[in-house]
Design a protein around this ligand. Structure first.
Ligand code: NAD
Length: 476
């Protein structure tokens, strides 16, 4: 049975009750599976005032008490992973194993924040004068407004919620209207774990209307957004005009470098598995494959062979490895990128078309020998496509890889320490993963540079965006 969709305000789950409702679709069948209530302006204001009221008490709770709730959330997430995952497969489309895996992984995020929030330390600075005490205090910033996307509905939301709550902030979160079940399930976890009313509020609506209302409210002190670069810049500008702190996790266009001296077959096998996860709708998905001349033919042949073997179909069938795109509207954007590549003389070595009668299915696609100025090599494709190009020297490749405004994830495969070091130092990216895929763990910082945004989620950096620094100097 699909999730009972609702708003969550001041500790209460609120159904439609006359509010505007939005249809939620199963992208594997195009059928309506649920109705999502939109928050009225009064609902948004109630979410804000309850978050402000709850903040006064929550900021004074001990980290140990906050930690207990976050641990309980982790425990409940593991217990409910199957049902939360099944609902995410229904409204987002990803294979059931990936959806359940997303929830299990998020239990780790809750635990990491439960542990780390007990280590939010200040500092004592030695004074210049006898009798003076100089303290640096780190305090929760206040009420946060967060906006999360549909590609990892549960993961993107919980990372913001545990960072806000762990640091002593309260939060109003607007999740993805197209794939809302994971966020409603998240609210139930916190509710059942005993989080006081008002600390977490979930709202839905027309995205720009909700974000404009929340960001402009004097109650909100911090804005966190995960989504596209374009929307991120709009929200950051709005928040900047009001001097509100931001964390921006925006798009990427991850380069992958495969050098002549890499274990080419191993690299191809690892990268096919990773590339088509969540139908490539992943901000850290490898997209631009720079393969050195001597390895090119072998790497591409192996990659194409493995890509063609991927079984595509509804995510609810556990034998399918790739589901549909999450929304129908993405097909047009995606097809345009493939068509542009074709017109510019690139070869389509696998896929390149929609699949099936119903649903938003697109075949896993490999494009080869793309010109550097093709759309594929410049726009984030956010779908199941890999673009292959050749390079001669590491220096030349680094220039090309760094030529875009994005700077989120990057990957490299090489057998040489010299290449690995040159690539790790030379790539303009927030994250570099060499000879394996090792990003997005709870204990490691996740975030981008350049147009891909700023601020880190995860790692010991995770609370930085949610805390203010207060300096106290005191003469006794
Ligand atoms: P989008 O930016 O329009 O939407 C992303 C999410 O933001 C959606 O859930 C949407 O409802 C919400 N949104 C849109 N406009 C908003 C507004 N004015 N205020 C508040 N929320 C708003 O992009 P899209 O086309 O739906 O999704 C694809 C893009 O999302 C990709 O380009 C990708 O870069 C980005 N994305 C980035 C990350 C990341 O971690 N950096 C993760 C997922 C998606």
């Amino acid at each position: 049975m699909y999730e009972d969709l609702s708003l969550y305000i001041d500790g209460q789950f609120i159904k439609g009750e006359g509010r505007r409702e939005q249809d939620v679709f199963d992208p594997a069948t195009d059928t309506v599976i649920g109705k999502l209530p939109h928050a009225t302006t009064e609902d948004l204001d109630r979410a804000l005032t309850s978050a402000a009221r709850a903040f006064e008490a929550w900021k004074k709770t001990s980290p140990t008490d906050r930690s207990k709730i976050l641990r309980k959330v982790a425990e409940l997430a593991r217990e409910r992973a199957q049902s939360i995952g099944a609902n995410m497969t229904l409204d987002q489309g990803k294979p059931i194993a990936e959806a359940v895996g997303e929830v299990m992984m998020c239990a780790e995020h809750a635990e990491w924040h439960a542990e780390e929030c007990r280590r939010i330390y200040g500092r004592v600075i030695p004074p210049r004068m006898d009798g003076v005490r100089q303290l640096v205090l780190r305090e929760p910033i206040g009420v946060c407004a967060a906006f999360t996307p549909w590609n990892f509905p549960f993961n993107q939301a919980i990372r913001k919620v545990v960072a806000a709550l762990g640091s002593g902030c309260t939060i109003v979160l607007k999740g993805p209207e197209d794939a809302p079940s994971g966020v409603v399930a998240l609210a139930r976890l916190f509710h059942d774990a005993g989080l006081p009313a008002g600390c977490l509020n979930i709202v839905w609506g027309v995205p720009h209307e909700v974000s404009t209302h929340l960001i402009n409210s004097p109650i909100v002190r911090k804005v966190s957004f995960t989504g596209s670069v374009g929307v991120g810049k709009q929200l950051a500008a709005m928040a900047g005009g009001l001097m509100k702190r931001c964390t921006m996790e925006l798009g990427g266009h991850a380069p992958v470098i495969v050098c002549d001296d890499a274990d080419v077959e191993r690299a191809a096998d690892i990268l096919v598995g990773f590339k088509f996860r969540n139908a490539g709708q992943v901000c850290i998905s490898p997209t631009r494959f720079y393969v050195q001349e001597g390895a090119y033919e072998r790497f591409v042949a192996r990659f194409v062979e493995k890509t063609k073997a991927i079984k595509v179909g509804p995510g609810s069938d556990p034998t399918n490895r790739m589901g549909p795109l999450a929304q129908k509207r993405r097909i047009a954007v995606f097809s345009g990128i493939i068509e542009d590549a074709h017109q510019r003389g690139a070869s389509i070595l696998a896929g390149g078309s929609t699949m099936g009668e119903a649903g938003s299915f697109y075949s896993p696609t490999v494009l080869a020998d793309l010109p550097d100025d093709s759309r594929m090599m410049n726009e984030e494709p956010f779908g199941p496509v890999a673009g292959m190009v050749r390079f001669k020297t590491v220096e030349e490749m680094l220039k090309r890889a760094n030529s875009l405004p994005f700077g989120l994830a990057s990957y490299a495969f090489t057998g040489s320490t010299k290449n690995a070091t040159a690539i790790a130092n030379g790539l303009e990216a927030g994250m570099v993963s060499i000879n394996h895929i090792g990003l997005a763990l709870a204990e490691t910082p996740f975030g981008g540079i350049k147009d891909s945004g700023y601020g880190s989620e995860g790692g010991t950096e995770t609370f930085d965006g949610y805390l203010t620094t207060k300096f106290v100097t005191q003469l006794n």
